[in-house]
Design a binder for this molecule. Structure first.
Ligand code: CA
Length: 225
């Protein structure tokens, strides 16, 4: 399944090879094109990247200064990687234009989830006027849904869930993808809430077969219904 706004080119600015190396390898395995630099000066020479992962403790320039200079010339999303758990550092980083931050040692999945969330914010999916799937109609602009001619009142998360599945009807969307995109990019809690929402959505739409459970993976919207 493809999403508009998925990050493809990542600039990793980190002088510590023990962090940069596995990070770059992991991201490359996920399909990202990774450029690695170890200094602020080199970071400022890079163009055409979709997101910057920026260590604050660099050998030449202060990470804050690098952040400020990148932000002064481009809207490229920046995720600050900081060894400093101090709230002040986080706030300063965000004030200088960073979009998010992770504190070392950070979880790899956490970082990727944040990158995805930022990519979505940077390039939201262009809303279609009204999408029809079988007898269901979805209007993303007004967030309204109809079953036939009858409007179906959905809770916000129910709408988001339906809209996500409808982005690529027929394609399987994993439970983790749904939790990250509909709930929270930092979601690692129990996933029962997802099942509750799917059940409610099926009931409200009056078409239990519309949302198929793909056992052990996730859900998909039946393209034909
Ligand atoms: Ca460093």
């Amino acid at each position: 399944m493809r999403h508009a706004g998925v990050v493809q080119r990542v600039l990793v600015v980190e002088d510590d090879d023990a962090i940069a190396e596995p990070l770059a390898q992991g991201l490359e395995r996920e399909g990202y094109a990774v450029t690695r630099v170890a200094t602020g000066k080199d970071a400022l020479e890079q163009n055409d990247v979709d997101v910057v992962l920026l260590d604050l403790g660099l050998p030449d320039l202060d990470g804050y200064e690098v952040c400020r200079r990148i932000r002064a010339r481009a809207s490229t999303p920046i995720i600050v990687i900081t060894a400093r758990g101090d709230e002040v550092d986080r706030v300063v980083g965000l004030e200088l234009g960073a979009d998010d931050y992770v504190v070392k040692p950070f979880g790899y999945r956490e970082l990727v989830a944040r990158m995805r969330a930022i990519a979505r914010r940077a390039a939201p999916v262009e809303p279609l006027a009204t999408q029809h799937i079988g007898t269901i109609s979805i209007d993303r602009r007004t967030r309204k849904v109809w079953s036939g001619d009858v409007e179906v009142a959905l809770a916000p998360k129910e709408f988001d869930l339906l809209a996500l599945l409808a982005e690529d009807a027929g394609a399987v969307v994993s439970r983790q993808q749904i939790l990250e995109q509909v709930w929270d990019p930092h979601w690692y809690g129990p996933t029962k809430t997802l099942d509750v929402h799917v059940a409610a959505l099926r009931k409200k739409l009056g078409q239990p077969q519309l949302i198929e459970t793909v056992r052990g993976v996730g859900f998909r919207l039946a393209a034909e219904s």
